[in-house]
Design a protein around this ligand. Structure first.
Ligand code: AKG
Ligand code: FE2
Length: 293
């Protein structure tokens, strides 16, 4: 089947292995089993991988679209701490995690690069996938993150690039590995290294210093979908070898509230620009405070 020559938008069945994972049939045994496995892994580890949810021809469609938009990737060679800050903070010692700045060289293809009826948007916005992810996470409702740049991205690691240790600002992320590096580009994480009221700075510092205690490495294959609670688990994508192909991952962001838009500062850092929607949302936030004006 050659969808690009047919010029029609891919259906869910063109992307997802619905025989193995009947996302369109929530009452089926296969669906319930997939949900209960995912819930168990999420509760013990903050992470679950659903193997081969996207079938090989779906992976090919996603990769074709990623490659066709790759020139829009925003790469920014940065040295950042795990909290996405760049400035030394004199309130903390020099060797503290807050003052430990490591390389992030990967880039994102932004949300406004994808065509509305292309495979990336069709999968990201599929009601059946959103319902499945919400059921796995045991949340009442999920919405596509409304941010026009950060909602639907692809994380690109070219040879010799990496995405260093960090925490996400979102509670969770949904990632599909689309193209695997031949060497390197491994997803690693340390489950629950911090909690809402304990930063766990000592262990975070150990990991940044190279200690491997508690580090888990995922054996992700193209088509696997990962649901990950990245707010409490420190994680990284290791350096892709210089003689490897690039690593491509599709990253789907969802929020429990509808209509969420990212902050101007973080958007500029990740994408090098903002859109009128970001500026309007920032003004709205300012207006909703208690200042006279
Ligand atoms: O590419 C990945 O697998 C995850 C990247 C990541 O951690 C992020 O975008 O925050
Ligand atoms: Fe992350």
């Amino acid at each position: 089947m050659n969808l690009s020559s047919q010029q029609r938008q891919p259906s869910l069945a063109d992307l997802v292995d619905l025989k193995k994972y009947p996302l369109d049939s929530p009452s089926s045994d296969a669906y319930r089993t997939a949900v209960s496995n995912a819930r168990e892994q999420l509760s013990t580890d903050g992470c679950t991988v659903i193997k081969n949810l996207v079938h090989p021809s779906g992976v090919a469609l996603l990769n074709e679209e990623i490659i066709s938009k790759k020139e829009t990737t925003h790469f920014s060679l940065q040295r950042m701490n795990p909290y996405f800050h760049f400035q030394h903070n004199p309130s903390f010692p020099a060797n503290h995690p807050i003052n430990t700045f490591l390389e992030r060289s990967s880039g994102f293809i932004p949300g406004d690069s994808w065509s509305a009826d292309g495979p990336m948007n069709q999968l990201f916005r599929a009601d059946e996938l959103i319902r499945f992810v919400a059921t796995c996470l045991q949340v009442d409702e999920l919405h596509c993150y409304a941010d026009p740049l950060a909602g639907l991205t692809s994380n690109i690691l070219e040879p010799d690039q990496l995405f260093t240790w960090h925490f996400d600002t979102n509670d969770f992320a949904v990632t599909v590995l689309v193209q695997q590096a031949d060497n390197g580009g491994m997803f690693e994480y340390v489950p629950d290294i911090r909690t809402a009221d304990d930063e766990g700075f000592e262990r975070v510092g150990d990991i940044l210093g190279g200690n491997r205690l508690g580090v888990k490495t995922l054996d992700l294959q193209p088509g696997d979908i990962q649901i990950f609670r990245g707010r409490y688990s420190l994680h990284q994508v290791t350096r892709v070898a210089t003689d490897s192909c690039a690593r491509h991952a599709a990253i789907f962001a969802y929020t429990e509230q509808p209509g969420v838009i990212g902050r101007v500062e973080r958007t500029t850092q990740l994408f090098g620009r903002v859109l009128p929607e970001h500026i309007a949302a920032e003004e709205e936030r300012t207006r909703s405070d208690d200042l006279v004006d």
